[in-house]
Design a protein around this ligand. Structure first.
Ligand code: PLP
Length: 421
């Protein structure tokens, strides 16, 4: 094992474990409550970053390998995950009345979503443990990122899906060669079957709710925000993240907090969690300290955050509390508007990704975010992931006969023929 990893600690009972694991949940608290948190010797990390400065490292998320629970030989620099661009959307900031608006475009990851951060680290860990097969239950991006990285590793991969995933995500899974099991039942049943199969067949289980390694991968999003914000006037006042299971926002917070402890940033941002209207149990939990008693299973165009029973709500609520955070919820029209808005500034977002930006707008209207604030929105996945929603947001092309005069007429008032001789 590497020298920076000290071990794991149960977030419920506080029991500590050495670096050899268990790399799942706490045996005392069980799979629902016994989430383990990976811990590092930050002095050792600081020393390592002093001898090999971050500035001299490859532009991928592996640059933070001392903060990942992997042996050095398991690091896969050749899988170019992370270091996604931060786009200064200054025109959009002006329209929205903000001092600064940054969009971190996670759609540029290898399989086009933020989930590549987790899956790449998970597959590297599975290789380190000599696992023969890797599995997960997911409707979308977690599965496609796993299938993509399993394909890179040449490792068989089994995916359990309920039959509601958007077609482009399903297509990605099948083309990457995953064994796709469409469970005739709910997501919860698919999840249970996956867990049982992992136990029975000895597969590596890629599931953020129980596998602490994956959170460490997602954490790199927060590490990057901390490092990249130096080029944009320092730490933003707010980081906006869309919330489904709650694992992403908790992990981004862990990354930011570690960078704060390491002295890379001198303060922390506040968190804006964004949920879909009608499926917003974490908004409820932040207010009431528990899950809603009535199941929230409304509809949303944002399939990636359509999670009625989030498995990491405690972690998400803890992060939001520490970050003096707020949760807002957004409806489909607001999400489709935000897809157009980010698209017009060069960032193609799937609905759940645009939701973060839609949430920023709502937070401004509600007086939560003020005009003087600097905001970074995580755009967690590409618009290519859900082309049906993208077409809904984008509208229709201009249909004309192949004739220049007709074209000129059709183009009037669109600002593209100015200066024509
Ligand atoms: C998974 C996902 C989220 C939410 O992450 P959680 O960990 O479920 O909260 C947001 N956006 C996209 C595109 C995702 O795939």
């Amino acid at each position: 094992m590497m020298t920076t990893l000290t071990g794991l600690k149960c977030v419920t009972c506080g029991r500590g474990f050495g670096p050899d694991g268990p790399w799942m949940t706490c045996p005392d608290c069980g799979p629902d409550d016994g989430i383990l948190d990976v811990q590092y010797d930050l002095d050792a990390v600081r020393a390592a970053w002093k001898s090999t400065p971050l500035a001299d490292r490859p532009l991928t998320h592996w640059r933070y390998h001392e903060l990942l629970p992997l042996e050095s030989s398991a690091i896969r620099d050749d899988w170019t995950v992370g270091w996604t661009p931060v786009i200064d959307a200054s025109r959009l900031a002006k329209e929205m009345g903000l001092k600064q608006l940054l969009l971190k475009d996670e759609g540029r990851n290898p399989t086009a979503s933020f989930k590549d951060r987790a899956s790449s680290v998970g597959v590297a860990h599975a290789l380190q443990l000599n696992a023969n097969t890797i599995a997960c239950a997911s409707t979308g991006n977690a599965a496609t990122s796993l299938a993509g990285h399993a394909a890179l590793a040449g490792m068989p991969c089994v995916i359990f899906v309920p039959h509601t995933a958007p077609e482009p995500k399903l297509a990605q899974l099948l083309v990457f060669g995953a064994t796709v099991i469409a469970v005739q039942g709910s997501y919860d049943q698919a999840y249970q079957l996956c867990s049982q199969a992992c136990e029975k067949f000895g597969w590596y289980n890629r599931n953020c709710a129980i596998n602490p390694v994956l959170v460490e991968g997602k954490k790199t999003g927060g590490l990057e925000i901390a490092e990249q914000s130096a080029s944009f006037g320092g730490v933003p006042d707010w980081v906006a993240v869309s919330v489904g299971d709650g694992c992403t926002i908790a992990a981004v917070w862990k990354g930011l907090s570690e960078m704060h402890q390491l002295g890379v940033i001198d303060r922390l941002p506040r968190l804006l969690g964004v949920q879909a209207k009608g499926v917003a149990p974490i908004a409820y939990a932040l207010k009431h300290g528990s899950m809603p008693t009535k199941l929230q299973d409304g509809c949303t165009v944002a399939d990636s955050i359509n999670v009625a029973v989030p498995r990491n709500w405690r972690k998400a609520v803890n992060a939001l509390k520490q970050a003096n955070g707020v949760v807002v919820s957004v409806d489909d029209d607001q999400i489709l508007d935000a897809m157009r808005a980010s698209g017009r500034h060069g960032v193609y977002a799937e609905p759940a990704a645009a939701a973060a930006l839609a949430g920023v707008k709502v937070a401004i209207e509600d007086g939560i975010i003020s005009g003087g604030d600097r905001v970074l929105a995580m755009v967690t996945g590409s618009g290519l992931k859900d082309t049906r929603a993208a077409i809904r947001a984008g509208g229709e092309p201009i249909k004309i006969e192949p004739n220049l005069d007709t074209l000129a007429t059709a183009l009037k008032g669109r600002g593209v023929t100015d200066g024509a001789g």
